[in-house]
Design a protein around this ligand. Structure first.
Ligand SMILES: NC(=O)c1ccc[n+]([C@@H]2O[C@H](COP(=O)([O-])OP(=O)(O)OC[C@H]3O[C@@H](n4cnc5c(N)ncnc54)[C@H](O)[C@@H]3O)[C@@H](O)[C@H]2O)c1
Length: 366
């Protein structure tokens, strides 16, 4: 009955989509598949196993003023090679960090909703949703922001920008989330620099879309699972161990997707959906296992967001369909995860673990 109702609603909403037809979708799919496979092909031979992790650290001077210079060094790692940066750009926005004096004047409830004094690692923080969550944490009182990302150029740029705008200590570690040894070396360095992390936000991820399962290249399938799912595990394990070693309570936030709970329409993307379903179930399992260490684990499941991941001209026609299936009739803004991220990182959510929270403009209601 529920399924029948859903299909009627879906059909009704699709009928409202201008110029939509099955034939048109099929035609678009052929054209789009090539476009969507480009980034995947580009990274298909991406090597994981860096021999060193380049690090850039920005530290304010003794008066707390942002410095224009940075320290560059590398952490040795036993392992492999590197890959080229992805192009992307983020809009210019101010970042105003929470001042200690202002914090002291805030009501207790608002204080608990801050991340005052916390050390926060954000993977995929070089751009997109991760970058905006990093900015939000900087505004909400973080002691230091640490970006882990595979994109050297963009990561360095983002860290420099965040440090300049906020005046906070910000570091960038060029780390591929598939590379366990590099992650461990980098996390140990974070502990040495700032103390054990209080929060991990795992936003690094990729999407292959419009690839039918019958033609899905197994190597591409494995690569996506490795980044989205194994990467979530490797990052959580390394940061979780550092929290345990320091005897610190912690919060791990895994960016999953509504695709981990529903099947997207009309694009075929079985691997992405499976990877995110894995992230959600991994997060729940970890939450149960690590409650005894006072480490909380929660997932954020975004719907369609207006980020570089989706800013592909070939997706324009499908975006109309996505919007029409979203009650709020829009894609999420790049900073729409910020509030929940800060809340989950903060002590205000201290009894919350194992949750999977959708931020999808209502998409999963239908
Ligand atoms: N954009 C959406 O519509 C949407 C919807 C649901 C879920 N998500 C999820 O949100 C997260 C962020 O998405 P986004 O739209 O900001 O994407 P994005 O492509 O803008 O940013 C992803 C970042 O992850 C980094 N990255 C990719 N592979 C990596 C690796 N192997 N190791 C380290 N860093 C790596 C990239 O360099 C990039 O900086 C992803 O996990 C994505 O699956 C996005």
């Amino acid at each position: 009955m529920a399924a029948a109702t859903r299909s009627v609603r879906l059909a009704t909403r699709l009928a409202a989509v201008p110029r939509f037809s099955a034939a048109r979708t099929a035609t678009l799919s052929v054209a789009q598949r090539a476009a969507f496979s480009v980034s995947a092909r580009r990274f298909k031979s991406g090597v994981i196993g860096e021999t060193e992790v380049p690090v850039t650290v920005y530290t304010p001077d003794s008066k707390g003023v942002a410095s224009s210079s940075s320290d560059h060094f590398s952490i040795p790692v036993k392992g492999g090679a590197s890959r080229s940066p992805e192009p992307a750009a983020e809009e210019d926005e101010a970042v105003t960090p929470l001042d200690e004096k202002v914090f002291q004047q805030m009501p207790r409830t608002m204080q608990k909703m801050s991340v005052m004094g916390k050390v926060i690692i954000i993977t995929g923080g070089a751009r997109g949703l991760g970058n905006h969550m990093a900015r939000a944490c900087a505004e909400a009182g973080a002691k230091a922001i640490v970006i882990f990302d595979a994109n050297q150029e963009l990561g360095d740029e983002s860290a420099a920008e965040l440090h300049q705008k906020s005046g906070l200590p910000v570091s960038f570690f060029k780390v591929d989330v598939r590379d366990g040894d590099a992650i461990n070396a980098a996390v140990q360095n974070v502990v040495d620099l700032y103390g054990a992390p209080d929060v991990l936000v795992n936003s690094a991820g990729i999407a292959d879309s419009n690839i039918p399962a019958e033609t899905y290249d197994p190597a591409m399938f494995r690569r996506l699972i490795d980044i989205n799912l194994t990467g979530s595990f490797l990052m959580s394990q390394s940061v979780g161990r550092a929290m345990m070693a320091a005897g610190k309570p912690g919060s791990i936030i895994l960016v999953a997707s509504m695709s981990g709970s529903i099947v997207n329409y009309p694009q075929e993307q079985s691997c992405y959906n499976a990877s995110k379903a894995g992230v959600i179930q991994f997060g729940k399992s970890l939450a149960a296992e690590w409650a005894k260490y006072n480490i909380r684990v929660n997932c954020i499941s975004p719907g369609y967001m207006d980020t570089a991941l989706n800013k592909v001209p070939a997706l324009d026609a499908q975006k109309k369909i996505w919007k029409s299936l979203t009650p709020q009739d829009r894609l999420g803004a790049v900073d729409d995860l910020n509030g929940l991220c800060v809340f989950l990182a903060s002590d205000a959510s201290s009894f919350m673990t194992g949750s999977n929270v959708a931020i999808d403009g209502g998409y999963t209601l239908y």
